[in-house]
Write a protein that binds this ligand. Structure first.
Ligand SMILES: CC(C)(COP(=O)(O)OP(=O)(O)OC[C@H]1O[C@@H](n2cnc3c(N)ncnc32)[C@H](O)[C@@H]1OP(=O)(O)O)[C@@H](O)C(=O)NCCC(=O)NCCS
Length: 174
């Protein structure tokens, strides 16, 4: 997979060494540092068997990663997105989010994520990508820090008005 950015290669995150590179990136960077996310929690989130992790490489160097989740009510959820500090501002995050969109929108109409209220740069980044802030989850991950729930959508879950109105549809009007 190519990222649309010169010299960038995107693909599934596979090796333990790549996982450890992502863990180290998280451990050294906000928002995870400020939220005091433990090394173990970082590793578990990246390697969770029901999630899908993808990375971006420039040559041999892993320069970013994204983790997606498709379980639960918010299917199509960006669990993690990180770019190595030296590679930021060069289109890597945008390329990883384009990959996340391609994968998620092939399976459903929504892409969700949470971003810390204090993470103003990332909030601007997501706004530029067309995400809308749905609501504020107070004290969501840790006490004293709020998370904004964001959504980018291509339409309702029920694709057609007829499907939404069907009596067989659990979410349809009664
Ligand atoms: C947020 C993050 C993933 C963005 O990745 P990136 O590779 O630096 O972003 P890109 O170079 O692809 O930028 C894409 C666009 O967003 C803008 N942008 C990126 N970071 C930004 C920031 N901190 N503030 C404002 N705008 C930003 C860029 O200017 C660019 O706009 P353009 O395409 O219109 O020129 C990266 O900065 C990062 O890893 N931050 C720390 C971890 C983090 O906050 N992760 C998200 C947790 S929810």
């Amino acid at each position: 997979m190519e990222g649309g950015v010169h010299g960038l290669h995107l693909g599934p995150l596979e090796t333990p060494a790549d996982v450890e590179t992502c863990v180290a990136l998280m451990r050294a960077s906000d928002p995870w540092k400020r939220l005091r996310i433990t090394e173990d929690a970082c590793r578990r989130t990246i390697t969770h068997p029901q999630r899908e992790a993808y990375a971006a490489w420039r040559g041999q160097a892993l320069v970013g990663f994204v983790v997606l989740a498709f379980q639960g009510p918010l299917s199509g959820y960006v669990q993690l997105l990180g770019v190595a500090p030296a590679a930021r501002g060069q289109g890597v995050g945008r390329a990883l989010m384009a990959l996340a969109e391609r994968i998620a929108f092939a399976r459903g109409p929504n892409l969700f994520l949470c971003v810390s209220a204090f993470n103003e740069g990332a909030r601007r980044f997501y706004a530029r990508l067309g995400f809308q802030e749905v609501g504020c989850l107070t004290d969501f991950l840790v006490h004293g820090e709020d998370e904004w729930l964001l959504r980018k959508t291509r339409g309702p879950l029920m694709a057609t008005p007829a499907a939404a109105a069907s009596p067989a549809s659990p979410a349809g009007p009664r």
